[in-house]
Design a protein around this ligand. Structure first.
Ligand code: ZN
Length: 349
């Protein structure tokens, strides 16, 4: 298939171990004022910036909940007057998504809220320059063109090239202190990105190679159990692949779990993916092997209280994910992933 759009990637990537200070190389020359948005659980010393720049630091505690549009609106309102030149997002996918969304919103906060941009290609202005530093590997947020937010009714990304970072630091040493279960769920997010990209209709020769790399490294780490496998790179490769293709059925279904039951993205994907053998065959078999090898047992009976209202909302949330569903199943996706089938899958969780 000839890919009609340009192939997008973050323009500047610095990778290695213990290299956070090299982020200076990514700062534009005119930089005066920096806003760092970091994960509450992280402890990186940014003192090396204080001498030359005006630095504001803001934490987003992603352990409490995934980001709401109101979190982004408040931050954008607060920092509008600071004339921020660069935003640095440090943390897992949720925290980086907050940084990305704030960079999109600050320039237009007088007229818009972040929920106005939830959807596909709704941003028509220049965002603030931004740098990403992942400290949990897997979400692919460092590479992706989305910033996923919950507005209370729907969980949907600001899917736009304006959401992409201008530069990223891929430092695998930053991920070493992450709780092993959290690391596993996040790594499986990367595995699932790679599978959904590979098995989708939007795949092209370039994104296929990135997806294969994401898949291979994830399996090296959690199937072959090679501790040195670099999941920070895997996360990036999986992310680049979905920027230039799309996610699929698992992501379409997992958003409902996150909204209705407050389940984090990585875990929500794992819960759904284990019931998608009909669509993703051997990859689901391999995923279950990885669960066993890593002694992860997924919670059960989460959706025991599926009443009519819940069912309606879950179906609605799934069908909001139009592009992922077209990628996975084609234009007639509703005749394959029927409302009945959606409910059947949730009932197993
Ligand atoms: Zn994901």
């Amino acid at each position: 298939m000839n890919y009609k759009k340009p192939f997008y990637q973050v323009p500047s990537v610095i990778y290695g171990n213990n290299i956070v200070e090299r982020l200076i190389e990514l700062l534009p020359q005119h930089t005066k004022s920096i806003l760092i948005i970091y994960d509450k659980v992280l402890n990186i010393n940014f003192e090396f910036l204080f001498k030359d720049y005006e630095v504001n630091i803001e934490s987003f505690d992603a352990t409490k909940n995934e980001p709401y549009t109101t979190d982004v609106d408040k931050l954008a309102l607060k920092y509008e007057k600071y004339k921020i030149d660069v935003i640095i997002g440090v943390g897992g996918g949720s925290t980086m998504d907050v940084a990305k969304a704030v960079s999109v919103l600050i320039p237009v906060i007088d007229n818009y809220l972040s929920e106005d941009f939830q959807g596909w290609d709704l941003v028509n202005h220049d965002p603030i320059y931004k740098i990403g530093i992942p400290t949990i590997a897997g979400s692919g947020s460092e590479a992706s063109r989305t910033a996923v937010l919950n507005n209370g009714e729907k969980k949907q990304g600001i899917n736009s090239y304006a959401s992409m970072f201008n530069g990223i630091i891929l430092d695998n040493s930053l991920t070493k202190t992450v709780n092993s279960e959290v690391a596993f769920y996040s790594a499986m997010d990367c595995y699932i990105h790679s599978v959904e990209s590979l098995e989708g209709n939007f795949i092209n020769a370039l994104s296929k190679e990135y997806a294969l790399l994401g898949l291979k490294i994830s399996e090296s780490r959690y199937y072959k159990m090679e501790k040195d496998a670099n999941m920070t790179l895997a996360s990036y490769f999986g992310g680049v692949s979905i920027v230039n293709s799309e996610v699929g059925i698992c992501h379409a279904l997992s958003y409902g779990l996150s909204i209705e039951y407050g389940i984090r993205h990585g875990l929500a994907n794992c819960l759904i993916f284990s019931h998608l053998e009909e669509f993703y065959g051997k990859h689901v078999v391999r995923f279950k092997e990885m669960l066993k090898l890593n002694k992860i047992s997924l919670s059960q009976n989460i959706c025991f209280d599926l009443n009519n209202d819940r069912i309606k909302r879950l179906i609605k949330t799934t069908y909001l994910m139009i592009n992922p569903l077209i990628n996975a199943l084609g234009e007639n996706y509703k005749s394959i992933l029927t409302p009945e089938k959606i409910v059947d899958i949730y009932k197993k969780i």
